[in-house]
Design a protein around this ligand. Structure first.
Ligand SMILES: Nc1ncnc2c1ncn2[C@@H]1O[C@H](COP(=O)(O)OP(=O)(O)O)[C@@H](O)[C@H]1O
Ligand SMILES: N[C@@H](CC(=O)OP(=O)(O)O)C(=O)O
Length: 462
């Protein structure tokens, strides 16, 4: 079997975990061709982003020295535990020192310039995965498993120039195949590819959006016609809700691509929202597996599911989002829609949900809280004597997902009467024609309670 395995940030958070994951790869690579994708060690991407912004706003050479020393310590400790051969260890330490030297220079550059572009932000965050991949690969080598570390760009993930949310270019699959296939079939080595990052055709580093290592894995799998993708995470599989919000959530053994996509679009942190696009065209199954409980069967995401007896299969929650409201009278609705969405697309605002009043006087657009100011500023200048633009900052979005909802009457009624009985006010509702999903907005302070109420109402828990 050909398997692309991705290990997330929690799975590789320290040397002990990296060693454990390298052993999992060793075990499953017997008789299989394996490509590994790794994320940065947990918290490293956030730390890099924070450092980049701090260098831009409060330049301090002392801070940069401390930050680099801290990164060195963390990665050095990981190497000490995970790489159990002195020669391999010395090589990977030298590689990590070179990378941190480069990072220090970039951070100094940002502080001198006092400017942080999207392109330089991508360059800086890429160090997380560029540091973890060689360590993982060295851990495999020290276990006697042949391996080579590659960046996303080296592996052929060539993207557009949409820094921060880049997309692979058409034709990229051929490049990936040409670069990776010989490693698998001729050299019989395990490529360890940096998740999350790609490169433009002229070599600038790009990122695929937060959580993008899942997407890297599925892009590689589609290019290589893999038999399966295994995403190793810290949970037993996709659950009926994020267990951080609903502790009695249970694992769903099988879920369709469509259902999993709905969940991830509506905030379920278990999967990158675009991750299933590359594999669904080729019907490649994606398994979610628990790094810390590898014998658990996990969840299989595939074309369809046998079990559609549940009407609502799972719930997701976006705990913090915002609404921009465009309202007024006597304007051409089609014209205003095209203007509004044109401006939001230009600003690269991620639109989560849209609702419109039947009198066509009101358009409510739900956006990620980080995009709210940008969205509001993009639309504010539409205001005139007729059109009014407002923002509502503190709301939560809950989504109920399940293919069994299509054609089943009364689902929305059941959801909203349960919320009503529990005194939760609904601000906005949306359901598409696919009937895979009913989403609604509540006040930010009601989000967790709303998701628990609906979870209980449909008997989804253990
Ligand atoms: N429906 C869901 N089922 C399981 N986990 C979920 C769900 N929605 C959100 N999550 C969250 O997704 C996280 C995914 O695990 P994690 O190991 O952090 O992934 P990764 O390493 O890929 O970032 C979990 O911490 C869990 O809280
Ligand atoms: N390191 C990146 C990419 C990623 O996918 O990470 P994780 O697998 O830990 O969610 C991020 O934090 O966004």
């Amino acid at each position: 079997m050909r398997i692309v395995m991705k290990f997330g940030g929690v799975s590789v958070k320290d040397g002990e975990n990296i060693y454990h994951c390298a052993n999992l790869v060793k075990k499953f690579s017997e008789g299989n061709e394996v490509v590994v994708v790794v994320s940065a060690m947990q918290g490293v991407t956030d730390a890099l982003l924070k450092a980049a912004h701090r260098c831009c706003s409060e330049p301090s050479a002392g801070f940069i020295k401390m930050f680099i020393a801290d990164m060195m310590k963390r990665h050095y400790e990981a190497i000490e535990y995970a790489v159990r051969n002195d020669e391999i260890k010395a090589k990977v330490i030298a590689a990590v020192e070179r990378l941190l030297d480069e990072l220090e220079k970039v951070l100094l550059g940002i502080s001198y310039l006092g400017e942080l572009t999207r392109r330089s932000e991508d360059y800086i965050v890429s160090f997380g995965e560029r540091l973890s991949a060689p360590i993982f690969s060295a851990a495999l080598l020290s276990l006697g498993v042949d391996s080579v570390a590659l960046t996303g760009g080296d592996a052929g993930i060539i993207t557009d120039r949409n820094f921060g949310r880049a997309k692979p270019l058409p034709g990229v699959y051929t490049t990936i195949r040409n670069r990776l296939e010989p490693l698998l079939t001729i050299k019989k080595t395990i490529p360890v590819v940096t998740g999350f990052i790609g490169a433009t055709d002229d070599g600038s580093i790009t990122t695929l959006g937060r959580g993008g290592s899942d997407y890297t894995a599925t892009i590689l799998a589609a290019a290589l016609d893999a038999d399966e993708v295994w995403l190793w995470k810290e949970v037993d599989g996709i659950m009926t809700c994020d267990p951080k919000y609903v502790p009695n959530a249970r694992v769903i053994p099988e879920i369709s691509y469509q259902e999993a996509m709905e969940l991830s679009h509506f905030g379920a942190k278990i999967l990158h929202p675009r991750a299933l696009e590359p594999v669904m065209r080729k019907n490649i199954p994606v398994r979610i597996k628990n790094t810390f409980n590898p014998d658990a069967p996990g969840t299989v995401i595939g074309p369809t599911t046998k079990d559609s007896s549940e009407i609502v299969k799972a719930l997701s929650l976006i705990p913090q989002a915002g609404i921009v409201n465009v309202s007024g009278a006597g304007f051409d609705f089609a014209e205003i829609m095209s203007e509004v969405f044109g401006r939001l697309a230009e600003e690269r605002v991620n639109v989560i949900m849209v609702a419109q009043s039947s009198s066509e006087l009101n358009l409510s657009i739900v956006v990620d809280i980080r995009d709210l100011e940008k969205a509001y500023n993009a639309l504010k200048s539409l205001e005139n004597g007729v059109i009014k633009v407002e923002k509502i900052p503190y709301i939560a979005v809950v989504s109920a997902v399940g293919s069994g909802m299509a054609g089943t009457p009364g689902v929305a009624g059941k959801i909203f009467s349960a919320l009503g009985k529990n005194g939760i006010n609904v601000i906005m509702i949306s359901q598409s024609c696919s009937e895979y999903n009913v989403s609604f907005v509540v006040d930010g302070s009601d989000g967790v309670n709303a998701v628990k109420v609906v979870h209980d109402e449909f008997g989804l828990g253990n």
